[in-house]
Design a protein around this ligand. Structure first.
Ligand SMILES: Nc1ncnc2c1ncn2[C@@H]1O[C@H](COP(=O)(O)OS(=O)(=O)O)[C@@H](OP(=O)(O)O)[C@H]1O
Ligand SMILES: Nc1ncnc2c1ncn2[C@@H]1O[C@H](COP(=O)(O)OP(=O)(O)O)[C@@H](O)[C@H]1O
Length: 184
């Protein structure tokens, strides 16, 4: 069974960071590489999750916490069946992230937290979905990192700098961490 082979078992890699930090782009680049290497991979994209699993939830603290715990629940289930799960989701609160880590630890499922540590000024320039512009124009409130909290991870398994680096390089750094932990 694949989950019993060294380096062939499942794991969850959570990519936390601000909107436009690069979470999704790095997850997709890493997923492509891992798939080519013959691994079963699932990207639990934040936007897709909010359309289906978390439909109806908003962005206040309670709803974000519920959203993150749901993603953590599904991630752990998939990872326990040998899937490498990539979860690019803001997850702004340390408590919610800790709950997800504990769920994995309790089940003996490997879990890695990656902080995509792009500064808010750089994210606001990238502004992939126009959220920073909308917040500045007064069309949106409660934007993570601007007028809503982002509690930086105090001890992530990896902190990624993305400025001056390609998404491929950033994905490579996560891949190296997976290799170091015997997960690929
Ligand atoms: N107010 C506010 N704050 C933050 N993000 C917002 C907001 N409104 C919409 N969005 C968009 O929602 C995308 C998914 O967010 P997440 O599910 O990852 O957020 S959370 O973990 O529940 O906090 C998130 O995706 P990414 O940009 O990929 O991070 C945002 O684009
Ligand atoms: N090293 C890097 N890693 C990831 N994305 C990068 C990097 N450098 C620039 N970018 C760009 O930043 C943007 C990040 O967008 P996205 O991945 O959707 O962010 P998030 O999922 O965190 O909201 C993309 O346009 C991407 O091309």
């Amino acid at each position: 069974m694949s989950e019993q082979r060294p380096g062939g078992g499942g794991a969850t890699v959570w990519l936390t960071g601000l909107p436009s930090a690069g979470k999704t782009t790095i997850a997709r680049a890493l997923a492509g590489r891992l798939t080519q290497e013959g691994r079963r991979v699932e990207v639990l994209d934040g936007d897709e999750i909010r359309e289906h699993l978390s439909a109806g939830l908003g962005f206040d603290r309670a709803d974000r916490d519920t959203n993150v715990r749901r993603i953590g629940f599904v991630a752990q289930l998939l990872a326990s069946h040998g899937v490498l799960v990539l979860a690019p989701s803001i997850a702004p609160y340390a408590d919610s992230r800790d709950a997800v880590r504990k769920r994995h630890e309790a089940a003996g499922t490997p879990y890695l937290e990656v902080h995509v540590a792009t500064p808010v000024g750089v994210c606001a320039q990238r502004d992939v979905k126009g959220l920073y512009a909308r917040q500045a124009a007064g069309d949106l409130t409660g934007l993570t990192g601007v007028d809503d909290p982002y509690e930086e991870p105090s001890a992530p398994d990896l902190r990624l700098v993305t400025e001056g680096r390609s998404a491929r390089e950033s994905a490579g750094a996560v891949h190296a961490l997976l290799a170091e932990r015997g997960l690929v």
